[in-house]
Design a protein around this ligand. Sequence first.
Ligand code: GUN
Ligand code: ZN
Length: 469
Amino acid sequence: MPSALTAHPALEATERLVLRADVLDFIADPGFAPPAEAPGVRWRPDHRVCVEAGRIVAVQPAALALPEGWASVPEQDHRGRLLLPGFIDTHVHCPQLDVIASHGAELLDWLNTYTFPAERRYADPAVSRDGAERFLRALWAHGTTSAVVFPTVHKVSAEALFEAAHAQHMRLVTGKVLMDRFAPEGLLDDARDVAQAERDCTDLIARWHGRGRLSYAVTVRFAATSTPAQLAMAGRLCHAHAGQPDGLGAPGVFMQTHVAENRAEVDWVMSLFPEARSYLGVYERAGLLGPRAVLAHGIWLDAEDRAVLRAHGAQIAHCPSSNLFLGSGLFDWAQAQREGLRVSLASDVGGGTSLCLLRNMGDAYKVQALQGTRLSAWKALHAATLGAAEALGLSSEIGRIEPGCMADIAVWDWAVGEVAQHRDGLACQAGDGSVATLHPRAFAWMTLGDERNLVGTWVAGRQVFARKT
Ligand code: GUN
Ligand code: ZN
């Protein structure tokens, strides 16, 4: 297991591993159906997951004999523990580990007071490299194995993330942040020469998009910090690289940005783009929307905006921890579901206060509860695994425990500490082990659990995190 980020050697074709545990994943969206109906939930208690050369090759009941030739393969016995696909965080900022948990500001003040000063330091390649490595280790230590990531405006900060993820065969989507106005010196692309940032992006796409498990995302910070010329350039980039494969699903580069997060932000964007129908309309006009677009927040969108997103197959990355912490508002997930929007779950650290997607699920439940909807553990877990993988067009590779998928896996304890163990014991007694009676236990795990429950994390079949005790 790498303690610092020493590179994996190429995955050996013969490298094998067996994990034994209770396997939980999804084959479809459970939606907002009553939890006991558990549609789409796949529950396989006491199964073995066989891994070879970084991929899952078999999932079978522990009572069955292992495939031929596997008897001598080392087995990690996690009986009585949960084994899930590694979580997928669809919106998170690498450099913002430096400002997580900063006090007292709404979005625009928070950006100016904490975030922008911290991001300036990433101009230094050593800061970018250390930051990228610390960030990936932190993701794994929270059970996350894939992410859609904002670095900073500096080309070197994207480069550092690509390099660190590539060395570990990790599925990562990122790209240099585009911003050429309304940010301090040292954090801006050259607004007089839009071609400079375009060259940086084109160069990064040529070097990294489709290499190993990496994909490029054209990364517009948000409409306010890009001139119309830069937005148009970003749209051109998306279209110029729309056919460029990355070995998976639909070809093309991704696009990531923020939209309609905070009311003052929405007012500001509308004052900067008075001709636009809406904040989202700015992105639409620039040609930034498509099936590979990931837009964080979307709290203050209207019905027409949601229809536009749906028509483009774009997704909202819902960031409940961040929305609560920055006081941005309550995203209506049930409404988005009714209107056929794709919604994934994201930490948005450092606006969010935890990389642990379990904690973010707990926050998501509370955000929906305040609006009269009860989010199930099934819906929340699906959004952080298969749901995100499908929305990203990556479900042939991640988000499922299934032969052919990459072995991106996390093993969790059901309960840590006396209160959670007591609660888990009662939930166990009340159920009969079937999926129909499993939800109370899964929901208590989701609500009381956090990174302390995480036992181990595997990326492409290699263990990248192991709990110390
Ligand atoms: N909008 C523009 N930049 C940011 C950011 O860094 N975090 C959040 N939460 N919203 C943003
Ligand atoms: Zn964000």
